[in-house]
Design a protein around this ligand. Structure first.
Ligand SMILES: [Zn+2]
Ligand SMILES: [Zn+2]
Length: 326
């Protein structure tokens, strides 16, 4: 009898464990580490993070007709992996959003660029680990305040390891020109490029100007990818992440003109990954957040990101059998 009870107890235990494991597919992040590791790295990997400042998900990737992002949608999305449940769960503002992606830590920073993060940025991790010059880790952007994201106040990192900064209050065309010039001249391994005018046109409150600007950046994203494929230093070994710092209010919370709270419109952010071992024509619906950008880029560039709290976005990569559990 005792033995039987024990057996039932064991069975119950096993059932509970099985149930817990089954439930894990809904917890964050559900990773089966035994079956998914990052595929063989390209010999000299490089990463460009293409940030569109403040497009609302429902006006871009979340629009069933994709009217304003038809070039990304039809030309780039089939080449890579979409994360359709990607979120800014911190402050849905420009400096916090950019700084969170770069540090892997939710950054509650002054949005005028008056504060730097306390935790190291990807630029600092990369330059310190590789002994790389500033021109190898570049921050390009259309708002001068973005310079606050070039390096942290962390005592072991800081200005000596910061990004080469090429930011000014300029149009998205000028930002694009700066991106291509930097890529051509210095071939950085790491670039964050931020296109600011969608946000500015959104704040103006003129719907037609706002969506026209999304269409312009849509084209610039495709041109950037095409440039990377045309340059032998980048072709075949470069990852492009197309994402945003925040969305904008959904219509129940004030509409497209502004942003900054925790409504779904502000938190839901576009994310598309392209690159050598990124899954093709794939959609990941797992919740990932901006913190995961730092960790994932660190993994791609083979550098440690010890202060980051994010997770590697394993599911965007082609699964590779480890021979365990198959
Ligand atoms: Zn912004
Ligand atoms: Zn909102």
């Amino acid at each position: 009898m005792k033995k039987h009870s024990f057996a039932v107890g064991s069975w119950l235990c096993a059932a509970i464990v099985a149930l817990a494991l089954a439930c894990q597919t809904d917890v964050y992040p559900p990773i089966d580490e035994s079956k998914h590791i990052i595929a063989v790295d390209p010999p000299d990997p490089k990463v460009v993070v293409f940030v569109i400042d403040g497009p609302r998900y429902s006006d871009s990737f979340g629009d069933s007709l994709h009217v304003h992002v038809d070039e990304i949608w039809n030309q780039l999305r089939p080449l890579g992996t979409l994360c359709s449940n990607f979120r800014n769960l911190g402050w849905t503002l420009t400096i916090p959003g950019h700084a969170t992606m770069l540090t892997g830590v939710w950054q509650y920073l002054n949005n005028d660029g008056l504060e730097r993060p306390q935790e190291p940025t990807l630029f600092e991790y990369y330059r310190q680990a590789k002994g790389a010059p500033a021109a190898d880790a570049v921050l390009v952007g259309g708002k001068s305040k973005l310079a606050a994201c070039a390096y942290s106040n962390h005592p072991a990192y800081g200005a000596a390891f910061g990004a080469l900064v090429d930011v000014d209050n300029v149009s998205d065309f000028e930002t694009y020109d700066a991106v291509i010039t930097r890529l051509q001249s210095d071939h950085p391994h790491l670039m964050m490029a931020s296109f600011s005018q969608v946000d500015q046109k959104g704040h103006s409150g003129v719907w037609a100007d706002y969506v026209d600007q999304i269409e312009i950046v849509d084209s610039l994203a495709v041109l950037t990818w095409n440039y990377l494929q045309s340059d032998p230093v980048y072709a075949g070994q470069t990852y492009l992440f197309i994402t945003a710092d925040h969305g904008r209010h959904d219509d129940q919370h004030g509409g497209f003109q502004n942003h900054g709270d925790a409504c779904a419109g502000c938190q839901h952010v576009i994310f598309l990954a392209l690159g050598p071992d990124i899954r093709v024509d794939y959609d990941v619906t797992t919740l990932y957040t901006q913190r995961d950008v730092c960790t994932t880029v660190g993994e791609l560039l083979d550098i440690a990101t010890p202060y980051a709290d994010g997770f590697t976005m394993e599911e965007i990569f082609e699964p590779v059998s480890t021979g365990v559990g198959d």
